[in-house]
Design a protein around this ligand. Structure first.
Ligand code: NI
Ligand code: MN
Length: 228
């Protein structure tokens, strides 16, 4: 079986694994100006949340309640989701992995914040290192570059998804450094182009990846899909 990834704009991606959708950080229209679909237009068996910021948990509850999705995140965010009335959650934490029906998910560190929209404490922000149908995939979440990405790169990554927007996360130069540390076969940039402070030329960045690293960048448009 194959795995595909779809970028939904901003920090939202989803993987289709064996016919099940694994949705990361759901943020759709009308709140997400980079999205082209509304949250009602997507179903997900699983929802993964990297951190508590509004542009990442925005539509988690509405989709989870409609689809009875299993929500996977850190302990604090899972408790918050349960307190909103959705108790189909699976809490993990930084460094911990678990074999879910769709594949293995390990939470990784991220350097960022994680406060929830209502002011609740969202624990530590994270990323996800996953094995999906034998493919090693890393979704960085919102983060600065950090040298321990070198350790994540030991997983022999088939795909890394990294922010390039700058301002809230690493920008193009640091994201290029991240690619050198992670050494993925393919890198997909995200968390850019949503609002003026994070406008970036993704094609130019992709060319730099090709010229300056051993990886290849795949630049998606919102709702475009790449097959691993
Ligand atoms: Ni954030
Ligand atoms: Mn964000």
């Amino acid at each position: 079986m194959s795995v595909s990834i779809t970028w939904h704009g901003h920090g939202t991606v989803s993987f289709l694994v064996g016919g099940k959708r694994v949705l990361v950080d759901p943020f759709f229209l009308p709140d997400n100006p980079a999205a082209t679909i509304e949250a009602d237009a997507i179903d997900a068996e699983y929802i993964l949340l990297t951190h508590g910021h509004g542009d990442h948990v925005a539509h988690a509850l509405s989709i989870a309640q409609r689809c009875n999705s299993l929500v996977i995140s850190n302990f604090e965010i899972c408790n918050w989701v349960a307190a909103q009335g959705h108790d189909n959650v699976h809490a993990q934490h930084i460094g911990g992995g678990f074999d879910h029906p769709f594949g293995r998910v390990k939470m990784t560190i991220a350097f960022h914040g994680s406060g929830l929209p209502d002011g609740s404490y969202g624990g530590m922000p994270g990323g996800f290192l996953m094995t999906l149908e034998g493919k090693n995939v890393y979704v960085a979440g919102d983060t600065a570059v950090y040298s321990d990405m070198k350790l994540i790169g030991r997983a022999d990554l088939d795909l890394a998804v990294v922010p390039i927007g700058d301002n809230f996360t690493m920008g193009p130069d640091d994201a290029l450094l991240a690619v050198k540390l992670l050494e993925p076969k393919v890198v997909i940039p995200y968390h850019f182009g949503t609002w003026p402070p994070i406008t970036q030329d993704a094609s130019a960045w992709g060319q730099r990846v090709l010229d300056e690293t051993r990886s290849r960048a795949v630049i998606l448009k919102p709702e475009e899909t790449y097959y691993l």
